[in-house]
Write a protein of this length. Structure first.
Ligand code: NAD
Ligand code: ZN
Length: 260
């Protein structure tokens, strides 16, 4: 193990063990080692294909039927992501976070990922700020259903409870974060005295606001990311390593400290 990793992980473990309420804020980098490409960063889809149309949600509202037809016929960049998502399995980093939760070292995960990897790995306290690709959501009452349990007989599909238009649970560009989810994130950030920033470029709002709130409340930030981010300078500990490598090492160090 390199010295920097060992030192960073040691410092991170000491802060986590002394904290009351630890929250992980997770971004696309967490799933990079599961073979799911990120948007930004060296191998990012946008870095390769250019930035997408940010009017996604407006287009959905203008013509939901057309949006559903296009969903069934994705662009090359989207197809790349969709097939990577379909084949992916959780990596060692996801499993390490699950065990940190089991042992009382991690109270919640706020993930910007839509890939369902934390659920498959067995974590239970997961807040999906950008939704989940395996679910659908009603735009009227916010009810959610697993995709494969919702029969799509017409486009756009409508909600059996309120008649509202049903869309993918994934939050689109320009779409507000569902209020139930945003409320839970704000509650978690206010409880949090240590936030782990894992594989997030920390530029997408409102998620990028939570670490700022934690800092203002006197809490600590621990960053795990092979690249620099706007939050690197204000983090107490920066671990410049992929999360699939760093998190199992961190878990091992926490285990030495015992259960919480
Ligand atoms: P991002 O794509 O903007 O940035 C990814 C970050 O991960 C970069 O800072 C990069 O340096 C870092 N990274 C790359 N490899 C890593 C590794 N092995 N370990 C740790 N970090 C690594 O991601 P973002 O900030 O989360 O924002 C983009 C949005 O795109 C997200 O909000 C998410 O909704 C969506 N997205 C989701 C997925 C997914 O579900 N897996 C994939 C791509 C994009
Ligand atoms: Zn409804």
């Amino acid at each position: 193990m390199n010295d920097d990793l060992s030192t960073g992980v040691g410092q991170a473990a000491a802060i986590i063990a002394a904290s009351r309420h630890v929250v992980a804020l997770v971004g696309a980098g967490m799933s990079a080692e599961s073979g799911i490409p990120t948007f930004r960063g060296k191998e990012g889809i946008w870095t390769k294909h250019g930035e997408p149309d940010l009017r996604d949600y407006d287009r959905f509202r203008e013509d939901p039927k057309r949006w559903w037809e296009q969903r069934m016929n994705p662009s090359p960049a989207m197809s790349e992501l969709v097939s990577a998502l379909a084949e992916a399995v959780p990596n060692e980093g996801h499993f390490a976070l699950k065990e940190m939760e089991d042992r009382g070292f991690l109270q919640a995960i706020i993930t910007q990922n839509i890939d369902n990897m934390h659920q498959i790995a067995g974590s239970t306290r997961i807040i999906e700020i950008h939704g989940n690709r395996t679910k659908l959501r009603c735009t009227g009452c916010s009810n959610r259903w697993p995709l494969d349990e919702f029969p799509i007989a017409e486009l756009p599909p409508s909600c059996p409870d309120c008649g509202g238009i049903v869309k993918g649970d994934t939050v689109m560009f320009g779409e507000p974060i569902p209020p139930d989810v945003l409320e839970e994130c704000i509650a978690q950030a206010s409880l949090c005295d240590c936030m782990l920033l894992i594989g997030t470029s920390a530029v997408v709002y409102p998620a990028a606001q939570f670490p700022v709130d934690v800092l203002r409340g006197g809490g600590a930030l621990i960053e795990i990311n092979p690249e620099d981010t706007p939050l690197s300078n204000v983090s107490q500990v920066v671990i410049r390593e992929g999360s699939g490598t760093a998190l199992p090492v961190l878990l091992a160090r926490l285990k030495e400290a015992g259960e919480k």
